[in-house]
Design a protein around this ligand. Structure first.
Ligand SMILES: [Ca+2]
Length: 213
């Protein structure tokens, strides 16, 4: 118990937040140095897959960069976006050549409960998964007609996200925009050594106190 608690405290001290993963719902919750793909620099009609930086966006249906359409939501869904003309149940995948710790993107027109948004590691283990619902503030089902967009993502303590999947149910049409990701810098060996030493000292102190108690 003490080891776990002290590890959490130490990680929090070093990283400025707790290690538990967070579902995030606004771009401002991601690291300010995140890479952001707005698709504004692409020509309309450019087909998936699209590779930008360490990310590759692919789809299980014919998708491409589209011109402005539907209600605009600044910083989440605006200008050019990626989707089809109007398909339903179409899956979006973002794969990273090196894993990241933070990810988020804008999603247009989540109209049904049961859509899945999830993060996987390099071995295809599911790290995080949220399901859309009219009662889930993290992945909220909204009104129909292309007037509704949301932003959703994950923050993890380490760079272990290798793949993101958006898996709409067979009834739902979606499009995406503002694909945002961030990979933590790998700590210098001296920082890692400091971390381990500090943790060891803390645990040793707690043990002594317990023995005396
Ligand atoms: Ca855009």
């Amino acid at each position: 118990m003490y080891v776990r608690t002290s590890a959490v405290i130490l990680f929090w001290l070093i990283n400025g937040h707790f290690i538990w993963a967070d579902v995030i719902t606004h771009p401002s919750q991601l690291h300010p140095n995140s890479q952001i793909q707005t698709f504004e620099s692409y020509s309309v009609g450019t087909a998936t897959p699209l590779t930008f930086g360490i990310a590759t966006l692919s789809t299980n249906f014919p998708a491409s960069v589209k011109a402005q359409q539907y209600t605009q939501h600044p910083g989440i869904y605006e200008g050019k976006y990626v989707g089809s003309s109007f398909g339903i149940g179409e899956n979006f995948f973002i794969d990273f050549s090196t894993p990241v710790s933070q990810f988020g993107m804008g999603i247009l027109d989540v109209n049904y409960d049961g859509n899945v948004f999830r993060a996987l590691d390099a071995n295809n283990n599911v790290l995080e998964s949220v399901v859309s619902s009219s009662t889930n503030p993290d992945f909220l089902t909204g009104p129909t007609g292309g007037s509704y967009s949301l932003f959703i993502g994950f923050k993890r303590p380490t760079n272990d996200i290798s793949r993101i999947e958006l898996l709409p149910i067979s009834l739902d049409f979606m499009a995406i925009d503002t694909v945002t990701y961030y990979a933590k810098a790998i700590p210098e060996p001296s920082a890692a050594l400091f971390c381990l030493t500090a943790l060891g000292l803390y645990v040793a102190t707690r043990r002594r106190r317990v023995c005396r108690g």
